[in-house]
Design a protein around this ligand. Structure first.
Ligand code: SF4
Length: 305
């Protein structure tokens, strides 16, 4: 059996930076460390950090309450980032922040804030409940519609036309599907061209498009596409609640009939499944941005055995 492992499999630089810097901080600091939300969508990494002393909390208000009893608190902001109000609340309460927002996400925050100040309305293409999208939305000063599916485009366009808004900036969640992003952009452009042709004003609607999908995500999706075309069985490793991992599964499904998404090698310890995989001449492996190297190596070892 030949095993093709994606070169892009595993931690992206943003996640690697967040996990490494949190570990380093734990070693040198005696403070109680809280992280807002899971540091990555990966149970193994979360468990390891918990064992080293990090407490994961979803609600910033809870941290404010805890700070009343213990002033020695540091709050980690994970790679996904947080809305502006989170920083404001923490700073107001003099809580130390270890900001590990991925530099690519920070750039989006700065961009939307700048354009919102310049009078632009923002179309943020992304998943409405994704923490990164919620964080970015929080820098748009309320001038933003989130577009998750094609129906949201109509509503967002209705909003800008009814409110006579003429300047629109489009950005995307860094892990959004490139294919869907392009599809949405085409639909929005089509509308704006028609609108400007009908209105024939001296003040046409301006569209500023910034493809903010992360390069690591793009490359990983492209490589997954290539590998899944060549293999009979494709194994995707990563958190089942991780958006970028699920996308790798979807991409593979388009090319390969046998695709599984697993969190750890333990899910492969099933005789029926192993039998099916064993019949394949070529097996592909890809992993999401939040999957540690160890999880990938464990799967490779099981296959080799
Ligand atoms: S996927 Fe890209 S943007 Fe998101 S954390 Fe990783 S490197 Fe940063």
């Amino acid at each position: 059996m030949e095993i093709l492992v994606g070169k892009m499999a595993g931690f992206c630089y943003g996640v690697n930076n967040a996990v490494t810097k949190t570990m380093e901080y734990l070693e040198k600091s005696n403070k109680q460390v809280y992280c807002l939300g899971e540091i990555v969508h990966n149970k193994q990494v979360v468990k390891e950090l918990e064992e080293k002393g990090v407490t994961f909390i979803d609600d910033v208000e809870q941290i404010i309450e805890l700070n009343k009893e213990n002033k020695d608190i540091t709050v980690v902001i994970r790679a996904h980032g947080e809305p502006k109000i989170t920083y404001d609340v923490l700073e107001k309460n003099n809580i130390e922040i270890l900001d590990l927002t991925c530099p690519s996400v920070l750039t989006i925050h700065k961009t939307v804030e700048k354009y919102a100040n310049m009078g632009y309305y923002i179309f943020l293409i992304g998943q409405k409940n994704h923490p990164e999208t919620i964080g970015t939305y929080g820098f748009c000063k309320g001038k933003c519609s989130i577009i998750e599916n094609i129906e949201d485009i109509d509503l967002s366009i209705k909003y800008v036309t009814e409110n006579n808004l003429k300047k629109v900036l489009i950005v995307a969640q860094t892990t959004f599907s490139l294919e869907k992003f392009n599809k949405f952009i085409n639909k929005i452009k089509e509308f704006v061209n028609k609108y400007n042709a009908v209105e024939k004003t001296n003040n046409p609607m301006e569209l500023e498009i910034k493809n903010t999908i992360c390069n690591a995500t793009k490359l990983r999706q492209e490589e997954t596409n290539e590998i899944s075309k060549q293999v009979e069985y494709m194994i995707i490793i990563g958190g089942k609640n991780s958006s970028n991992t699920k996308k790798l599964y979807d991409v593979s499904k388009e090319n390969c009939n046998n695709v599984i998404l697993i969190e750890t090698y333990k899910e492969l310890q099933n005789e029926d499944l192993i039998d099916k995989i064993k019949k394949s001449q070529k097996v592909g492996i890809m992993a999401g941005a939040s999957t540690p190297k160890k999880s990938i190596d464990d799967v490779i070892n099981i296959l080799k055995k």
